[in-house]
Ligand binder design. Structure first.
Ligand SMILES: [Zn+2]
Length: 470
């Protein structure tokens, strides 16, 4: 058990997807909405008469920004027009149907064919509401899918948002509900497409490009060429199987000082053998290894909270399927700006740990992919105690995947991560000590005697820039 795969989650096509992304063209800033996504930020009706000087009452008597009238965006009460907890609705005679923005009957969303969305929308001609303009935000926009082809795809209408200037990082994802095959039909910003259904190869029978853990997602930056640009970003969500309504997920980390901390929610599954006392040392070791192993010397992973997962059935599970998906849907605490780390007894195969995606749904708890999972038993030493350094290496490895890092070298020795400064193994990839990257946290395999505790500068940057750093 000592030399188990850390993680089998890797898709060549998703790597290809990122290789296509070019962010070299500057994008103009875009006017847009400031979505008030705080779920507790809801005023009551008594406030209607107290609108600010730059606000007016909308069709429902809710205060809304006056400048949203006649701004070429139809505010029709959809979540795309969210403001301070309300979905602004100017689509009534009183407001001349948003002063013409909504045309006659006006409901833009009803006019969009999810299976053939207008090119103007996909080309970012109508940028959506601003996110991240007033701080960290993680809106989740509900979508309904329509079957487009009897044998192939289900699609939702595209969703667009506008990123403010100076964004440090952003995550964009699509969680297709119960579908296990969520993909981006199209992902674009003002400079053009970042991924399309053809480059994503979503329709191929071999599953190429299908993100099989329910949530398709990208983080920017994931490489030096994928810094987030200000302006429009648009997602056209697809699934390959029938799905309940899904959600388009955004997370934006705007410019500003942070404490350089990634907060970990540690979920100790009953009967896993993990306890706060025997996991504390591993987490502490992980924090220290990461501090020493990053070129940045940043104190990431320095904060964690323990939770108890009482369902002991989760202690021994398969690495994919309904059990692990249910486990990862478990919320721990109210803060979404965290990473979930579930600690189980063992998988049903020789695996040390697994991440919910590369990247996982950053900033979003509650999806089938929301979290990393590590197993206790493969990390036990001869005395039956957790080998804390070995466990620490696995924790950093899985968190690395979740933040967007691939294996430096894959098991076959013929594919590598997209970062330019990580070494590659040119020897037998089953022997870490023979490989130039065998001491890297993200090498594809490792045992208790393999010291894997380094990151390159670009790998460190993915950590330090993550949208969930707080
Ligand atoms: Zn891995």
């Amino acid at each position: 058990m000592s030399n188990g795969l850390r993680n089998t989650f890797w898709t060549p096509a998703s790597l290809f997807l990122w290789a296509l992304i070019s962010c070299s063209i500057a994008c103009p800033g875009q006017a847009g909405r400031n979505g008030g996504v705080d779920d507790d930020d809801v005023a009551d009706d008594d406030d209607d008469e107290n609108c600010a000087s730059d606000e007016v009452e909308d069709c429902n008597g809710n205060c809304a920004p006056a400048k949203w009238l006649n701004d070429d965006f139809c505010d029709n009460g959809s979540p795309d027009s969210e403001w301070e907890g309300y979905n602004v609705d100017f689509n009534c005679a009183e407001h001349n149907f948003d002063e013409g923005d909504c045309e006659e009957t006006g409901d833009d969303d009803d006019d969009i064919d999810p299976c053939n969305p207008p090119a103007s929308l996909l080309n970012c001609d109508a940028p959506g509401p601003l996110i991240g303009g007033s701080g960290w935000e993680n809106p989740a926009i509900s979508t309904d899918v329509t079957q487009c082809d009897p044998d192939l795809i289900w699609a939702a209408a595209p969703v667009s948002r506008t990123l403010p200037p100076g964004v440090v990082s952003a995550y964009v994802g699509y969680s297709g509900g119960t579908s296990s095959e969520s993909v981006f039909g199209y992902l674009a910003n003002d400079s053009g497409p970042l991924a399309t259904s053809s480059t994503n190869e979503f329709a191929q029978s071999d599953g190429g490009g299908v993100f099989d853990d329910h949530v398709a997602g990208v983080v920017m930056p994931m490489t030096p060429a994928t810094d987030p640009l200000p302006g429009c970003i648009v997602v056209w969500p697809l699934t390959l199987s029938p799905s309940e309504s899904g959600e388009v997920l955004f997370t934006v980390r705007p410019a500003g000082e942070t404490d350089d901390l990634i907060h970990i929610n540690v979920g100790l599954v009953a009967e896993s053998g993990a306890t706060p006392s025997n996991m504390e040392e591993s987490l502490s070791d992980a924090a220290n290894l990461l501090y020493e192993g990053t070129n940045e010397g940043v104190d990431l992973l320095g904060a964690w909270s323990f939770y108890t997962i009482s369902e002991s059935a989760f202690s021994y599970i398969a690495a994919e399927g309904s059990d692990i998906n249910a486990l990862r849907r478990t919320r721990m605490g109210e803060d979404d700006r965290t990473i979930n780390l579930f600690v189980i007894g063992a998988f049903d195969e020789s695996i040390l740990g697994i991440a919910g995606g590369i990247p996982g749904p950053l900033g979003h708890q509650g999806t089938a992919s929301s979290g990393t999972v590590v197993a206790v038993e493969p990390h036990l030493d001869g005395n039956g105690d957790i080998d804390s350094v070995y466990m620490a290496q696995t924790i950093v490895h899985e968190v690395g995947h979740y933040l967007g890092l691939y294996h430096t070298t894959e098991s076959g020795g013929s594919s590598w991560d997209p970062l330019p400064d990580t070494p590659q193994c040119t020897a037998d990839p089953t022997t870490p000590s023979a490989c130039a990257d065998g001491d890297n946290f993200m090498f594809w395999t490792g045992g208790p005697d393999d010291e894997q505790s380094t990151f390159s500068a670009e790998q460190s940057n993915v950590f330090v820039s993550s949208p969930i750093v707080q």
